[in-house]
Each structure stands twice: as structure tokens, then as C-alpha cells.
Design a protein around this ligand. Structure first.
Ligand SMILES: CC(C)(COP(=O)(O)OP(=O)(O)OC[C@H]1O[C@@H](n2cnc3c(N)ncnc32)[C@H](O)[C@@H]1OP(=O)(O)O)[C@@H](O)C(=O)NCCC(=O)NCCS
Length: 167
């Protein structure tokens, strides 16, 4: 059974395994990882986890974990900022080997309930127009397509979802 857990230093090794699987150059959506984060050493990893925890007034992070493995990440940006109005409230990513098992859909549903608990009722999620997997995941979660918008990173599809109580 997968679980959504807050980032923790306890899973340093498992997180590094997942990170290696993503490989270089791939943006690990949902993890809040910045290029300058040094995550290989225990101290660097602890500093990164502490940074994520310190952002809790505007962003909440979870990892999708199963049998001690880190399979994905979800970020809920629950404070309205210019960045959120552009990038959306929720970002998510699942490790290549764990895709197409329904994990992103499962996690997204749980995080929609977390959005509601934080007062975000109309959730914005965006994805690149050529990201079929993401678009399908958002639509499956009830996302209503609004429009395609051009951004400096290329065109994106914008969706709205009503957050809901946890069921
Ligand atoms: C997008 C992503 C999170 C989907 O994760 P996942 O766990 O494989 O998704 P699910 O298994 O829950 O699938 C959800 C829906 O998308 C569909 N889907 C998933 N991957 C797909 C693909 N490559 N092509 C077409 N449809 C796909 C599934 O079939 C399912 O739809 P269905 O129920 O109608 O069959 C994953 O592909 C990923 O991490 N991609 C890279 C990061 C990324 O793009 N993040 C989103 C940024 S906005």
C-alpha cells in the first residue's frame, strides 16, 4: 500500500535511489528540488529537507512511499502568489518505473483534500501541451480544461479542479 508522507531524512538512501532513476536533466516535478540543493551528503540532504519544512507556510510537500521506496513527490502551493497564478497550485511526479499504476491519480486525490483543508477551493494545475500523461492524470481527477497559455517555457494547458473533502 502506498503512503503519502512528509519529506524525511530517514529515507535518504531510498530517495537517492529514486533520484538516480530519474536521471540527469529530468525535472523531478513535485519534489521542490532546486539545482543548488546538495542532496548526496547526509548534511546536505538534511538541509534540503529542513528547507522544504521551512516553506510550509506557502508549500506543503509529500513523498509517495511504498515498501521503503520513494516512488514520487507532490507539492501543494497553497499560498496565492504570482508564481502560483502561473505555475499552478499542485505539481507532481512519479518515478519512471512506478508509472501507469495509478499512483499519481491516487496522490492527486489526497492532495486535493489537503488543498481544501488549507482553503484552496479552486485548484489550478498546468502542464505542457505535449505532456499527455500529466493532462490525462489531471483530467481523470476532474480537471476542467480552461485554455492554452504561452509561457517562457512553451505553451501550457491550464485546468481547474474543485478541491474536496477527504473521502
Ligand atoms: C504525469 C505522471 C505524474 C503520471 O503518473 P502515473 O502514476 O503514471 O499516472 P496514473 O497511473 O495515475 O495515470 C493517470 C492517467 O493518465 C494516463 N497516463 C499515464 N501515463 C500516460 C502516458 N504516458 N500516455 C498516456 N496516458 C497516460 C493513465 O492511463 C491514466 O488514465 P486512465 O485512468 O484513463 O487510463 C508521470 O508520468 C510523471 O511523473 N511524468 C513526469 C513528470 C510530470 O510530467 N509531472 C507533471 C507535471 S505537470
Amino acid at each position: 500500500m502506498p503512503q503519502l508522507i512528509s519529506p524525511t531524512t530517514d529515507l535518504h538512501g531510498a530517495w537517492l535511489d529514486a533520484h538516480a532513476e530519474w536521471g540527469p536533466g529530468q525535472h523531478e516535478d513535485g519534489f521542490g528540488l532546486a539545482p543548488e540543493d546538495e542532496v548526496r551528503s547526509p548534511a546536505g540532504f538534511a538541509a534540503w529537507v529542513a528547507r522544504l519544512d521551512g516553506e510550509s507556510d506557502k508549500t506543503a510537500y509529500w513523498w509517495i512511499v511504498e515498501d521503503g521506496r520513494v516512488l514520487g513527490g507532490v507539492a501543494l502551493r497553497h499560498k496565492e502568489t504570482d508564481y502560483v497564478r502561473w505555475a499552478g497550485h499542485i505539481g507532481f511526479g512519479v518515478c519512471p518505473s512506478a508509472r501507469r499504476r495509478g499512483l499519481a491519480s491516487w496522490a492527486l486525490n489526497l492532495v486535493l483534500a489537503e488543498a481544501r483543508a488549507r482553503g484552496v477551493t479552486q485548484v489550478l494545475i498546468v502542464c505542457a501541451t505535449d505532456n499527455t500523461a500529466s493532462a490525462r492524470t489531471i483530467e481523470r481527477a476532474g480537471g476542467v480544461f480552461e485554455e492554452v497559455r504561452d509561457t517562457e517555457h512553451g505553451p501550457v494547458r491550464r485546468y481547474r479542479l474543485c478541491s474536496r473533502e477527504e473521502t
